[in-house]
Design a protein around this ligand. Structure first.
Ligand SMILES: [Zn+2]
Length: 463
């Protein structure tokens, strides 16, 4: 995610729901996975392998009819389990083709009781049918576009507004989407477009994410798009779309092949089967790294595209374990766009930029008061943008370019299509050098004051 301008996220303080007592019943899947910030996100007792979601959406009436099929494997005996869903009215839930009883409760729990308990280790299929008028969740899911269309964007939550899922970074699954709209509308989503057909007055467009994806990185966008198709030398298809008042961004998106080449040199091969972007013209205050196809706000410029493309490695291919790990996503995406691109593509003196930034903010307590590691619920999208790049630049100087770039590339490769945490990152980088990094990491990641000079100006930054 990248905020437009330098406005801090006006993130409302999140109501931290208590995790509640541990589930005593061993046959009931936990309603949450205990993330320190969002304890009720995700659900225990199963592992989703694949989603197959069909929606039929009518922009004028805002009416959506949906059917989500979820293929999962039980990790414990399940008499009852939960999905996360906050969308329209649920009409029917079935488990292994047998009708199941269900109950909606809390902010986003859909509690399902199958006719027969599910045995551990066995695959099972849940189907949820739902329908109703969509409401705006601006910035946190389903959002209406000025044209009358709609799109989905929001982090850390957005998917529950339009389909039921296990909404946690810890349960990645492949994802297929079939969207039917009136024929004059177009549809964008993640991955490969496998169908775009018009029958009578309806258009159906299908998309497949063949690499696993997590909830907030999925999207659908329905608008009167203009498309830009490009191709990389290696054959990867590039498909980008521009809402009616976003077509001025075509020039930026035409640089996508160059941006991908640049990012691959840093982080290894592009991790997905397709790539592109969705340029909306609704006034959302951020852009978002939705997998293979970031959503760009009208204010996005070239640095934003570099940032969201860097996220395809940092955030999408390798995802946080917990939301307290957010620096792994945002520190790297911001460092790529704000330091590495200007340095390597535009000849900027980023050491000078680093020194000036430190000098400017050294005595400003508010610059230092949110720690990079574990910033706190509701503060994930703050210091990671303005102090995250400084941390990584200092780390690079501490280690030297060979060790730094070698280590981060190897770290990405090891965790590709999975998850990673900040403690794992620290331990991995430490394993690559004889220098004890304990003080360095603590000063930059955990403290709320400027690091000591030895950590602020390591290596050739030393005056
Ligand atoms: Zn970001």
């Amino acid at each position: 995610m990248r905020l437009s301008g330098l406005v801090c996220a006006a993130v409302a303080a999140l109501l931290l729901t208590a995790a509640g007592p541990a589930n005593a019943d061993p046959f009931v899947g936990a309603p949450g996975l205990g993330d320190p910030y969002y304890p009720l996100d995700g659900n225990g007792g199963y592992d989703v392998r694949h989603y197959d979601v069909s929606i039929d959406y009518d922009p004028p009436s805002r009416h959506l009819t949906g059917s989500a099929r979820i293929d999962a494997v039980a990790t414990q005996p399940l008499r009852v389990f939960n999905l996360d869903f906050a969308g329209p009215e649920v009409g029917m839930v079935s488990v292994n083709n047998q009708p199941a009883s269900f109950d909606r409760n809390g902010e986003h729990e859909l509690t399902v009781t199958p006719l027969l308990p599910i045995l551990p280790g066995l695959p099972f299929t849940v189907t949820v049918d739902y329908a109703g008028e969509m409401v705006s969740s601006e910035g946190e899911g389903w959002t209406f576009a000025p044209s009358g269309g709609a799109f989905v964007a929001g982090e850390p939550h957005s998917a529950t507004t339009w389909y039921p899922l296990n909404d946690t970074p810890l349960d990645k699954a492949t994802f297929a989407l079939h969207t039917t709209v009136p024929a004059e509308w177009e549809v964008m989503s993640n991955g490969l477009r496998t169908q775009d057909s018009v029958h009578a007055d309806k258009r159906t467009v299908s998309w497949e994410s063949r690499a696993p994806v997590i909830g907030y990185l999925t999207t659908v966008a329905i608008d009167h798009f203009v498309f830009l198709e490009q191709q990389r030398a290696n054959g990867t298809p590039l498909l980008s779309a521009f809402a009616p008042d976003a077509q001025h961004n075509v020039e930026i998106e035409e640089r996508l092949p160059e941006i991908l080449d640049f990012t691959e040199q840093l982080y290894g091969p592009y991790p997905f089967e397709a790539v592109g972007g969705i340029y909306v013209d609704a006034a959302i205050p951020f852009s978002l790294e939705t997998q293979t196809r970031p959503i760009y706000s009208p204010r996005a410029g070239l640095p934003t595209v570099v940032h969201e493309i860097a996220h395809q490695w940092w955030g999408d291919a390798v995802s946080v374990r917990q939301w307290s790990d957010i620096c792994l996503n945002e520190c790297f995406a911001s460092y790529t766009a704000d330091y590495l691109w200007p340095e390597r593509m535009e000849g900027e003196d980023v050491d000078a930029q680093y020194r000036q930034t430190i000098e400017k903010w050294y005595d400003e307590q508010r610059f230092w008061d949110i720690p990079l590691e574990n910033p706190g619920a509701g503060f994930e999208f703050t210091s990671v943008y303005y102090r995250g790049p400084l941390f990584l630049h200092a780390l690079r100087k501490q280690l030297g370019d060979d060790v730094f770039f070698g280590a981060i590339k190897e770290f990405l490769h090891r965790h590709a299509y999975g998850n990673a945490s900040m403690p794992e990152f620290r331990a991995f980088v430490q394993s690559k050098t004889r220098t004890d990094l304990t003080g360095f990491f603590d000063a930059w990641l955990n403290q709320t004051t400027p690091p000591a000079d030895e950590y602020l100006y390591p290596g050739d930054l030393r005056l």
